[in-house]
Design a protein around this ligand. Structure first.
Ligand code: NAI
Length: 342
């Protein structure tokens, strides 16, 4: 099949080309993100491959459809950037990569916890300046601390297992609790309010849906323990960034590790060094010594990239052969939120 790959970076081009040796599709790589402005590049392509910060809204989908595209292959697990109702109306199939390495993302979440807690970023900057003092670098033992895991799907569960290994107590919140998580990890499912009140560290692993948008807002932040650490490797808009800044300024939030940011589109994945950063909220977040921001890189391991490429190209093959699409996403799949309070 002819596949137009949008928002191409060197790392995914290499992985897709290597995997394509087994499939023989025709891959054409485009650097721009997929939006209504760039959709015409896909004219005559059977399928497009889209990344997390593309804008796959109704306007984009209509242009793709008019150009002959029949399949939208997301090389991501999240699909919040796609208008699934519009895709269904146009008869466009949408597939994703539901699981490529939950470990990659979970391990990155834990890396943020460890770096923030033991102030590795500050320590590194100090010693490079030949400042070998330890003042201000005091952390805490993870052992015995309470970790709140919000969303115990593939990634949340992988993170929970790692925290369990550290000797942490686990509180979980999920629309669909899994008895196995409680059995295996001694975790306890609790209402979100309880988790917010009791956790020393909160790690977000739910998808972005209307029900989870600004799940962490000013009211939720207020319920948290003073000094709590918040980690977000889910999607940026799970957190109200302005409310987070306010809570950080007041010292209510002890630390924040953010791999995603609600306005990351057009910023993350780009080299903007030498330019003036136009996003004042992100710029403010970057000034806090107790905030670590990474540019949506939690997925970025060799294993994950290989699996993303393989799953994407095998979905194309199934589509071409008229076989069932194992990883199709449809509008009805969006979960309803469970109650957040007791
Ligand atoms: P998953 O589908 O396996 O798990 C999601 C869990 O969230 C499920 O257990 C589900 O029941 C729960 N959930 C959904 N809506 C909920 C709600 N309203 N309230 C409470 N629980 C709810 O997904 P997976 O693979 O664990 O990924 C989670 C998210 O991580 C993805 O949706 C994506 O946004 C993000 N992600 C981020 C990456 C990064 O590089 N930073 C890479 C991959 C995924």
């Amino acid at each position: 099949m002819k596949l137009a790959v949008f928002d191409t970076h060197r790392f995914d081009r290499e992985a897709l080309e290597a995997a394509n040796a087994r499939y023989g599709h025709t891959l054409v790589f485009f650097e721009p993100r997929l939006t209504a402005q760039t959709a015409r590049l896909a004219q005559g392509f059977d399928a497009v491959c889209s990344f997390v910060n593309d804008k796959v809204d109704a306007a984009t989908l209509e242009l793709l459809h008019a150009g002959g595209t029949r399949l939208v292959a997301l090389r991501s697990a999240g699909y919040n950037h796609v208008d699934l109702a519009a895709a269904a109306r146009l008869g466009l199939k949408v597939v994703r990569v539901p699981e490529y390495s939950p470990y990659a993302v979970a391990e990155h979440a834990v890396a943020l916890v460890l770096a923030l807690n033991r102030r590795i970023h500050q320590a590194h900057a100090r010693v490079r300046d030949w400042n070998f003092s330890l003042d201000g670098l005091v952390g805490f033992d993870l052992h015995g601390k309470t970790v709140g895991v919000v969303g115990t799907g593939r990634i949340g569960r992988a993170a929970a297992r790692i925290f369990h290994g550290f000797g942490c107590r686990l509180l979980c919140f999920d629309a669909a609790p899994e008895a196995e998580v409680e059995r295996e990890l001694g975790a306890r499912y609790v209402p979100l309010e309880t988790l917010l009140r009791e956790a020393d560290i909160i790690s977000l692993h739910v998808p972005l849906t209307p029900g989870t948008h600004h799940l962490v807002d000013a009211a939720a932040l207020e319920k948290m323990k003073r000094g709590v650490m918040i980690i977000n490797t889910g999607r940026g808009a799970l957190i109200d960034s302005r409310a987070l800044i306010d809570a950080l300024k007041r010292g209510h939030i002890g630390a924040a590790g953010l791999d995603v940011y609600e306005e990351e589109e057009g910023i993350f994945f780009q080299d903007l060094s030498g330019q003036v950063l136009q996003d004042d909220v992100l710029a403010r977040l970057l000034t806090f010594p107790n905030v670590l921001v990474t540019s949506h890189q939690a997925f970025l391991t060799r294993e994950a990239l290989g699996n993303i490429a393989d799953t994407t190209l095998s979905s194309l093959q199934a589509f071409e052969r008229g076989q069932p699409l194992l990883h199709e996403v449809s509008a009805g799949q969006v979960l309803r939120a469970p109650p957040r309070t007791e």
